[in-house]
Design a protein around this ligand. Structure first.
Ligand SMILES: C[S@@+](CC[C@H](N)C(=O)[O-])C[C@H]1O[C@@H](n2cnc3c(N)ncnc32)[C@H](O)[C@@H]1O
Length: 319
């Protein structure tokens, strides 16, 4: 088996301390702050490697899901937005993949010597970063691109079309013979799998391929949009708590107003797992932002997340 040796260029310091409550995508929370100091063991002059990156607004970060645990990687997964329905792993951003590599787009706030200051991350504190690349809309935003049918797809389609004509002719010749219903599936272990593959290949007709190449970028409906966001409100008690808690010295949270809006951002896209949504009657939800423990509850009558209490975390609480 091929193996490739990699070394993190640094470890992220992030305002998010636990997987639970970290935004599901970097684009869903613009205020999550982080900083990346490039490791001197990887490049002997880390500051030089970051030169000119300030000329770009955003960067791609390639990183390792280092806190994944031992869960087996499955070919089909149930994304939170699909309420239990399963789709193919590679059509999702699931953390559980054959190679546990994450990809996030973040805003560059500033660069000082060997350190990159970032906004809008979906990674927890301590995440190993493998690489940083500039975001370049003319390369990375495909909406303007024009595509033509490739020659090998054209070739395949001609074969399929020829087969269809041959099949129609031979069916006409033998239409009095009884058809064996299993004959087309005999190469497959499972009939379901065969049906699935047939359905997929049938959906790729010449018309449908040409249509998909002409359309600008598209995604399935289940990806959702920010219109589906929950409302978030703070109780009187949680606002009083906000007055008394201490902001950490990490400087990842500027002030209490910013802390409040990070909490709002985290909660509005409903961070509860499917399991908690469907099975847990208590509806309480806990998370941590920087050094602050958040208690909230989900009010299903109003699709509302209400923050009930805030307190500083204790030393042992977050690893
Ligand atoms: C759904 S993944 C998406 C990550 C990335 N944007 C991607 O598409 O590859 C984001 C989630 O991964 C989890 N996560 C973040 N950092 C992690 C880490 N270092 N190890 C394991 N899980 C992590 C958090 O629960 C976060 O909500």
């Amino acid at each position: 088996m091929d193996e490739y040796k990699m070394q993190p260029i640094g470890h992220l310091q992030s305002v998010f301390k636990t997987k639970n409550g970290t935004p599901r995508q970097s684009g869903l929370a613009n205020q999550g702050r982080a900083l990346l100091r490039i490791n001197k063991n990887v490049l002997n002059n880390p500051g030089h490697a970051l030169e000119n990156l300030e000329e770009f607004s955003h960067v791609w970060l390639i990183w390792v899901f280092h806190k994944n645990g031992q869960d087996a990687v499955k070919a089909k997964v149930a994304p939170p937005r699909l309420s239990g329905k399963r789709v193919g792993l590679f059509s999702t951003r699931s953390p559980h993949r054959p190679n546990p590599i994450g990809l996030s787009l973040a805003r560059v706030e500033k660069i000082v010597d060997d350190t990159l200051y970032l906004l809008g991350v979906d990674m927890i504190d301590g995440t190993p970063i493998l690489d940083v690349k500039p975001y370049i809309p003319i390369y990375d935003n495909p909406s303007q691109a024009k595509y033509e049918l490739s020659s090998f797809v054209e070739h395949d389609l001609q074969d399929v079309e020829k087969d269809e004509i041959d099949n129609t002719n031979s069916t006409n010749e033998v239409n009095d013979k009884t058809e064996d219903p299993t004959s087309q599936k005999e190469n497959y272990d499972s009939e379901d799998e065969a049906d699935n593959l047939n359905a997929i290949s049938k959906s790729f007709t010449r018309d449908s391929i040409e249509k998909r190449l002409q359309e600008s970028s598209f995604t399935p409906g289940w990806i959702g949009d920010p219109e589906d966001d929950l409302q978030v409100s703070f109780t009187h008690r949680s606002l009083t708590d906000l007055q008394t808690i201490q902001i950490s010295e990490s400087q990842l949270v500027k002030d209490k107003a910013e802390l409040k809006s990070i909490i709002r951002e985290v909660l509005k896209s409903d961070p509860r797992s499917i399991y908690r949504k469907n099975r847990c009657s208590d509806r309480l939800y806990y998370t941590t932002v920087d050094n602050v423990h958040v208690t909230a509850w989900f009010d299903s009558r109003h699709d509302l997340m209400e923050v009930l209490a805030l307190r500083n975390t204790t030393e042992n609480e977050v690893s």
